[in-house]
Design a protein around this ligand. Sequence first.
Ligand code: GLN
Length: 485
Amino acid sequence: MELSGKTVHELSAMLRSREVSSVEITRDVLARIAAVEPQVEAYITVMGDDALAAAEAADKALASGEPQSPLMGIPLALKDNVCTRGTLTTCASKILANFVPPYDATVAKKLREAGSVFVGKTNMDEFAMGSSTENSGFKKTANPWDLGRIPGGSSGGSAAAVSADMCIAAVGTDTGGSIRQPAACCGVVGMKPTYGAVSRYGVMAFASSLDQVGPLTKDVEDAAIMMNALAGHDPLDSTSSPGAPPDYTSFLNKDVKGLRIGIPKEFFGEGLDEEVAGLVRGAIAQLEKSGAVAVEVELPTLPYGIATYYLCATAEASSNLARYIGMGYGARVEADNIIDMYTRTRSQCFGPEVKRRIMLGAYALSAGYYDAYYMKALRVRTLIKRDFDQAFEKCDLLMGPTMPTPAFRFGEKTDNPLAMYLNDIYTITTNLAGIAGISLPCGFTSGKLPVGLQMIAPAFEEGRLFTAAHAYEQSTEWHRRKPSL
Ligand code: GLN
């Protein structure tokens, strides 16, 4: 296998034994990008020269013999809403088409300090609003398993890049499913950590009470390695958890005997594709064979998840996006007076979905509607969180599908925002409750499309997800399959 097809832990071992150099790995990944990017279009920016310079520095550090992070010399991709000092960061929006941040997001800084090599910035839905990456202001990313289909979203570029070996691992963000959902579509592993586990400093805000940064990787072990580098307190993010994170890799290779898996019956209701349901149930049965115990639980507020999310998220987005007015940074469309300049800049540089969200959010927050919509949504959000608390009294973690269907075709849902929003039914309540979730491959449909198994754990119990996900993964071969490009 080529180097680009390997995992972080495999390459890290090869780097330490001096079997390969970071420059060799990076060259291989860049060659793979050059070969398949015309078909996949995962990247907004490829950082070729910077990557090779970082790889040379990593090789020097490795030669010093000092102990190094397992990410030293490993080529990674970052979603284009993560600020990278000196490198274009657009959020896939025309309003930031020329924005070069003067600073690194905390997660970018941490990954650089670990010695990883940034190979590029990945495509996404504009401002992370979407489930298909079709809302990018620049390009459509294709699903490496079927180029006529979406890679999921909004971290579609990151998921496609990992799946197509155009990086070794990647960073995404998840506000309502944007890491787990594309991971499911592209057959890779994606984790949304607990709210506050990973710093949001320097990550362009969509809905600040829901946004979380997390890894997209080729296997579960790599996700734990990435979490070790990403998590931790950051004084620059006031919502960052002060507690010291555990060593996430310590939860791998553990027994699942007696682990109680809660199966929310609402996760298997109307709208769920039969093949997806069958594969997810098969995965749960497999874990039962290893000694886990399945119990049925209820999440009665699940049907209110979409409405609650689309009030909370749009309200926050309408406020967060008020800063893009053609002043200070970003694009500007000139006019005779300042109000016209704001209006033209925003009208011409935001895409249709972003405008829809700003309007929905401003409406929900407006005097007269605030109590009826926004306040009510906040109250339902509390009930949703309570449902999870009650479910976790009966089990250690929850399992179900990540998405109701496999990846759909381009254009299939673009004319129907509600159908698009319904994709997130199983993922958004995790964000509303602030808890942790992971998606990992659990098989393929008869049409050869990957399907994701989702696991959800209480706040700061990512360890349970790693234990269960790793145990399942070790008993399957799904994560080793590669799309043929
Ligand atoms: N698909 C959801 C939305 O459009 C979630 C996006 C996300 O998690 N960033 O808002």
